[in-house]
Design a protein around this ligand. Structure first.
Ligand code: 3HC
Length: 697
């Protein structure tokens, strides 16, 4: 074998007439230039080697192949291209069988589908997730998958991008068998069997699944998909590519797919989604926290408070196999909390998202107790009690007496000063914030609040734990509202101001949903309950004259049938209420604010630019380490449209100069100095810089 970099990423062993080619390019065996060249080389050698009758394609590590190398997108392509390599694989005169030992995603599945047989380990996950990156499969996936399992089954898989289990893949016909034992041995056996039989089954030649009924179903699915998301360029492209495969020959249809893929790689939506993919992974790395920082063992947990939040957090532990005790102050609250959790698990089992056995196991991992003293065995205690500093101080000073040495003491506060909470203990190094989002058992984001004295091993343990709980932990510093709520507060304030100046709630909400959020701020307020913000403004200060007037009238939103909108007879979607619109006009007059109309574009600028400005302050203060951390928080905790890449990425696409100038104008128009651009934003705007550029500064 050649001794160069290329040969190191693919190992080749010939034994008993079979060449086993093993991809070894950690972490995910991505099909970057070196990997493609190496695979091309060893494949040619195996084909040329007279002692080789059949070939097995296997991979090292827990991922078979995570796809094309996304970091290469948008850069000049080094040959061989993935489609060319797959053509050569497909055309191999010797049978090739893929041994899929782990995830085969995107280009990974395309590689496997260009082989002549496929077997998978039970743990394998198989799919074409390209849609999530704003693109479509670009190496034959839109052609081979429909030929393999029918366009009616292939299109939904490519449309959602969700991978399927090995078992499901076998049932669909994507893989020939699921092999619990020695996967490579079984792949060898099948490869030799194919060689003996002289058969060389190629997916490209198959057409038996392209039936008129399957085509018809696909067309109906396509129409529905395009209707649901008419602006998603990649959904349109996916439809065109799959349809090409039904109307044209394989090579012509692959050319259509390739052209669509190339165009999409340049699409700003795809750029934003790729950015978000890497930002999310980068968030796991905390500057100054070495990879080898020791971890504390977490075997058991306790959650203080059996409310919605506490119950949801307890479920995260139970789901991850960690026994957890929920602690309350009185029996009634505990019983209600535990019942709610049981009800949620029962619902999941009924819907089929977990089995009945899983339901019982998970319920069994959650115990309840009265009194903080029961937290003494826990490796981590998460306080999810009432959002009140005195309550939290009392709990933490008691926990300080009770918890075992080395236990991590976390607060789930959304706003409060974690340094002040830590200060009531004699072990501030063990204290940090874990800000879960509601519903905690569903939402992936957790803001991990690093307080002044939080020890590195406590932070590292919390980040690891977040991953174990299947969450997305992002480290933030201590300030009021941390990253997410601090920026949200800016948006809320700007929203109120817009109402006074003449925009109506439904206009603001329409602009925000038009921007890509699932809900506008006022519909959201009505759903969450207007009493929540009202009470917190009372506690923490601040005025929202319109929202406060509504709350004072008992208009708490959906739960009272009236808020910014009307919800007659328990309706879930609100309708405009002339009373509210009159109230807004009255409040505006009281405040002497002149009213005018706003375009959707103006509304977005008014709402989002102040958030970006706050993001800049957050960066200046070091509350977030990188713009990407802020974006990860907003995409995963606040439903910011991922295809816009998060507020900081979006700001770069708008242009920081435009934003800074607009903010100065807003400050002048509203007399609110806090709208003035933050020094960092001002500097970047003046330099023609961007938030993305900060990384390289
Ligand atoms: N290209 C480049 N880097 C990749 C990558 C890819 N396709 N997939 C993962 N990585 C990198 C990550 O950025 C991360 O890097 P880091 O350690 O420097 O942060 C590292 O690999 C490990 O990734 P994860 O932290 O995500 O590892 P997990 O073990 O949690 O998950 C995975 C593994 C399920 C494979 C997950 O990484 C994943 O979903 N990857 C992307 C899958 C995908 O979208 N594939 C399609 C690519 S596009 C394509 O194939 C086009 C083709 O049709 C032509």
């Amino acid at each position: 074998m050649q001794n160069n970099k290329e040969s190191r990423v693919v190992r080749q062993e010939v034994d008993g007439g079979v060449a086993v080619l093993t991809l070894a390019n950690p972490p995910v065996n991505a099909l970057g230039a070196a990997m493609r060249a190496a695979l091309d080389g060893v494949l040619a050698q195996a084909i040329a080697d007279a002692s080789v009758r059949a070939i097995v394609l296997a991979a090292e590590g827990k991922v078979f192949v995570g796809g094309a190398d996304i970091t290469e997108f948008g850069k000049p392509q080094q040959p061989p291209s993935l489609p060319d390599l797959l053509d050569r694989l497909d055309a191999s005169p010797k049978p090739v069988v893929a041994a899929i030992g782990g995830a085969a995603l995107g280009g990974g599945l395309e590689l496997a589908m260009a082989c002549h047989g496929r077997v998978a380990a039970p743990s394998a996950r198989i799919g074409l997730p390209e849609i999530k990156l704003g693109i479509i499969p670009g190496a034959g996936g839109t052609q081979r998958l429909p030929r393999l399992i029918g366009p009616d089954a292939a299109f939904p898989m490519m449309l959602t991008g969700e991978p399927v289990s090995a078992e499901k893949a076998a049932a669909l016909g994507i893989v020939d068998a699921v092999v619990p034992g020695d996967l490579v041995a079984e792949a060898r056996r099948r490869a030799l069997e194919l060689a003996d039989s002289g058969a060389l089954p190629r997916v490209r030649d198959r057409s038996e699944r392209l039936t008129p009924a399957a085509r018809e179903t696909f067309e109906a699915q396509a129409a529905e998909a395009v209707k649901r998301d008419p602006d998603a360029t990649n959904v349109h492209a996916l439809v065109r590519a799959v349809r090409a495969g039904l109307e044209q020959d394989f090579d012509a249809a692959v050319a259509v797919e390739r052209a669509e893929f190339r165009a999409l790689v340049e699409d700003p939506r795809s750029k934003a989604l790729r950015y978000a993919f890497f930002a999310e992974r980068e968030a796991a790395r905390v500057p100054g926290l070495p990879k080898d920082t020791p971890r504390r063992p977490i075997r058991t947990a306790a959650v203080i408070g059996a409310g919605t939040m506490g119950g949801g957090i307890a479920m995260c532990f139970a789901n991850a196999g960690i026994p957890v005790m929920v602690i309350e102050t009185e029996e009634g609250a505990l019983a209600r909390g535990l019942d709610r959790v049981k009800g949620l698990y029962a619902g999941s089992a009924k819907r089929g998202s977990i089995t009945e056995a899983q339901r019982d196991e998970r319920v069994g991992r959650i115990t309840g107790a009265i009194g903080l003293e029961n937290a003494q065995e826990a490796d981590i205690v998460i306080e999810a009690a009432f959002e009140d500093m005195d309550v939290k101080r009392e709990i933490f000073s008691k926990l300080d007496q009770i918890a075992k040495p080395g236990a991590i003491l976390a607060t789930n506060t959304s706003y409060l000063d974690v340094n002040a909470i830590a200060a009531v203990t004699n072990r501030p190094q063990d204290v940090l914030g874990l800000h879960f989002f509601s519903p905690a058992n569903v939402m992936r984001l957790v803001e991990v609040v690093r307080a002044e004295k939080t020890a590195p091993d406590v932070l590292a343990t919390a980040l690891d734990l977040g991953k174990r709980l299947n969450k997305l932990p992002v480290t933030v510093g201590v300030c009021f509202g941390f990253v997410g709520n601090r920026m949200l507060e800016r948006r809320s304030r700007a929203g109120e101001r817009l109402l006074l100046e003449g925009a109506l709630p439904h206009e603001v909400d329409a602009a925000v949903t038009g921007f890509g959020f699932r809900m506008g701020p006022f519909a959201m307020g009505d759903l969450a309950g207007l009493d929540i913000g009202w009470r917190s403004r009372k506690d923490f200060g601040g005025r929202a004259p319109v929202a406060d007037s509504l709350a004072e009238q008992g208009r708490f939103g959906q739960k009272t049938g009236r808020g910014f909108y009307l919800y007659p007879d328990g309706a879930r979607t609100g309708t405009r209420d002339p009373e509210v619109e009159a109230l807004i006009a009255r409040v505006a007059a009281e405040h002497g604010v002149a009213r005018r109309s706003f375009t959707a574009e103006e509304i977005i600028a008014r709402l989002m630019y102040p958030m970006v400005n706050e993001g800049a302050r957050i960066l200046e203060e070091g509350i977030a380490a990188r713009p990407g951390d802020i974006d990860t928080i907003w995409i995963n905790g606040y439903n910011w449209p991922a295809w816009r890449g998060g507020p900081m990425h979006w700001a770069d696409t708008v242009g920081l100069k435009t934003i800074a100038e607009a903010l100065s104008r807003f400050a002048a128009e509203t007399g609110d100095d806090s709208q003035e651009p933050a020094p960092l934003l001002k500097r970047l705007a003046a330099e023609g810089g961007s938030f993305a550029g900060l990384k390289n500064a």
